[in-house]
Write a protein that binds this ligand. Structure first.
Ligand code: COA
Length: 269
């Protein structure tokens, strides 16, 4: 008996992939992956001390503080802010729900950490049909315009295209959210459409901009990179000055180390 997640993906795939043989094939891979408990990455280590790791229940207080400090800046764009402040108990339960969904092969919701500080949050979401993952992100006000979101999204794109069956990654934002548009534009995503969408948050005007990059496009080196030695895709993006923190990305996907082992170990100390 297929799990609800697998059933949902099969349904998504049969409705959204009918006209596209490549996507149908990808959907089969995706479903197989989920059936084999293919989980999205929970831990990504970048240079310049930027770390992305799945939130765990023990982070509830840390997350509460970061969200409280970011509320007014997030309110125009993030619909979930309307539910804040959450009680600590509710926030812990929510993180546990994220964990259960991730364990079943669903979305991964991660914190962006610079040392012990929460610099923001982001995630990979299985909500754009088979073969695709959508990236969401926010940055703590203390870290704005330091490249955190761009760096985190580059790391997540790297990780996403390495997931079996994933052939495209998308970023969606309201057209009024010009700051958000800067991230996919900087990273070489392509604007594939603008569609009417019911506003979900107070700053939105109801036009959703959809940016996409395929696995092949992400893997393709830029002209100047073809001259040099091969690097990980993430090490090439974004093409920016290296003087600012968290800009250079040499992202290592730590496959053998889970978040729990990581937190119990020496890395954060
Ligand atoms: C959108 C957001 C995540 C950007 O975070 P950030 O870490 O400051 O982004 P970066 O430093 O990586 O900026 C990358 C580029 O985006 C553009 N950008 C970022 N903030 C901008 C702003 N306020 N106005 C115009 N462009 C902006 C710029 O082109 C910037 O490059 P530059 O600093 O070299 O000029 C942040 O403003 C935020 O948290 N907004 C509220 C939550 C949100 O809107 N999330 C996205 C929902 S779809």
């Amino acid at each position: 008996m297929a799990s609800p997640l697998v059933r949902r993906i099969v349904e998504d795939c049969s409705s959204s992939c009918e006209a596209d043989a490549d996507l149908q094939e990808a959907s089969v891979v995706t479903v197989r992956s989920v059936m084999a408990s293919e989980r999205l990455p929970e831990l990504l280590v970048g240079t310049d001390r930027l770390l992305l790791r799945r939130w765990v229940a023990a982070d509830a207080e840390l997350l509460a503080v970061a969200v409280a400090e970011s509320l007014e800046h997030l309110r125009p764009w993030m619909p979930w802010v309307a539910q804040e402040p959450l009680s600590l108990q509710r926030r812990r339960a929510m993180i546990e729900e994220w964990e259960q969904a991730w364990l079943r092969g669903g979305d991964v919701v991660v914190g962006a950490f610079v040392g012990a500080r929460v610099a923001g949050g982001c995630g990979l979401h299985r909500r754009i049909g088979c073969g695709g993952l959508e990236i969401g992100y926010w940055t703590h006000p203390a870290f704005l315009r330091t490249g955190i979101a761009t760096t985190a999204v580059a790391m997540l794109t790297d990780a996403a295209v390495a997931v079996p069956g994933i052939t495209r990654v998308e970023i969606h934002h309201d057209r009024a959210n010009e700051a958000s548009a800067g991230i996919p534009r900087t990273l070489g995503y392509h604007l594939i459409g603008q569609v009417a969408d019911e506003p979900q948050a107070p700053g939105e005007i109801g036009v959703e901009c959809r940016w996409r990059i395929t696995r092949e496009q992400w893997a393709r080196p830029g002209p100047e990179e073809e001259l040099g030695p091969p690097h990980a895709a993430a090490a090439r993006r974004p093409k920016r000055q290296s003087s600012r923190p968290a800009r250079t990305i040499a992202c290592a996907w730590v496959l053998s180390l889970g978040v729990d082992a990581f937190l119990a170990g020496e890395v954060l100390r």
